[in-house]
Design a binder for this molecule. Structure first.
Ligand code: CA
Ligand code: CA
Ligand code: CA
Length: 318
């Protein structure tokens, strides 16, 4: 039993370490940070990537179908799924894209939006945000994407279309190359939620979903919650479920996000991970470890490590 549980914990631990390394690269800075402004806008490092969709305000505009995006050909489909009812009529949804294949703005070579299934979705606005700055917006006249009724299930923008948008330059975002010195708790939660919503699509042989109130209740408060414990520790609680015939078993994941300093590098690590369901033994741990080592290379050196959590749960690097 213990052995099974250990196997279950490994992939989740690895995936969160992966996420945290990405978060770390988001903000790891020296006490007197200096950031070189790349000559070319396309060479700006991506510390945070978000995509924002507004669903049109017309009948049936919303959809419960899965939606994924791809920003270059190396990127596997990235599913946009938060622990809420996504893509409702006349609602704006902001998604964090925690994606190792987008390290610089130049890695955004396309925007391909795909919807699976036949519940049509009408989009009225799309926005891409890098490091908190909007670099692309497109207002649409109730653009439907759908798999039937004569609709197209995809909406694509080429590299040239994205870059001719008028916002893809330093004039609009002169400080886009400077990462924030503090990440709010809300933003940390959003990054975890964006990562997990995509990650659960790739767990083999199981249909893992966010918790819900339909049938057996599997959600308490928000699907992702974080609580300040001490300057080194932020405690996360995730509410998920496993789709099964009959009542869906709850999948509750708890872990501590711990910040520390190691040889002048800020490290964010997962500790005390707890999972209440032991179904993850088929997960490819070796693949995850390989991914993890790749992402580790993104860490910055920081000569003076003062990174800590504030009592409001934000992560400060000064
Ligand atoms: Ca619809
Ligand atoms: Ca959802
Ligand atoms: Ca909760």
């Amino acid at each position: 039993m213990k052995n099974v549980l250990r196997h279950c914990l490994v992939p989740f631990k690895a995936m969160f370490i992966w996420l945290l390394v990405l978060m770390a690269s988001h903000c790891l800075i020296a006490q007197t940070p200096k950031f070189t402004k790349p000559t070319n806008f396309d060479d700006v490092p991506v510390y945070r990537l978000q995509i924002i969709f507004t669903t049109a305000n017309v009948s049936d505009a919303g959809t419960d179908d899965p939606v994924y995006i791809q920003l270059n050909s190396d990127m596997r489909p990235y599913y946009l799924d938060y622990g809420i009812d996504d893509r409702e009529r006349n609602r704006k949804n902001e998604y964090d894209i925690v994606e190792p294949n987008v390290r610089f703005i130049k890695d955004i070579k396309q925007l391909n939006i795909t919807k699976v299934g036949n519940d049509g979705w009408a989009i009225s606005k799309i926005e891409i945000r890098v490091n908190g700055f909007t670099i692309f917006t497109k207002t649409l006249n109730k653009h439907w994407i759908d798999g039937n009724g004569g609709g197209q299930p995809v909406l694509n923008f080429t590299a040239a279309q994205l870059r001719s948008n008028g916002k893809w330059n330093y004039n609009v975002a002169p400080n886009i190359y400077i990462p924030p010195l503090t990440i709010s708790k809300k933003d940390l939660v959003s990054m975890v939620e964006g990562f997990v919503g995509n990650y659960i699509r790739y767990i083999p042989d199981e249909d893992v979903q966010w918790g819900s109130k339909g049938g057996v209740n599997t959600i308490w408060g928000d699907a992702v919650e974080a609580k300040y414990r001490n300057p080194r520790t932020l405690a996360f609680d995730l509410d998920l479920q496993v789709a099964k015939f009959g009542p869906n078993p709850e999948l509750d994941i708890d872990f501590d996000l711990v910040v520390s300093c190691n040889n002048g590098k800020v490290l964010l690590n997962i500790e005390n991970a707890k999972v209440n369901v032991n179904f993850l033994s088929k997960f490819k741990v070796a693949k995850m470890n390989l991914d993890l080592s790749n992402y580790l290379n993104r860490s910055f050196n920081v000569p003076n490590c003062n990174a800590h959590f504030n009592s409001n749960g934000s992560l400060s690097f000064l």
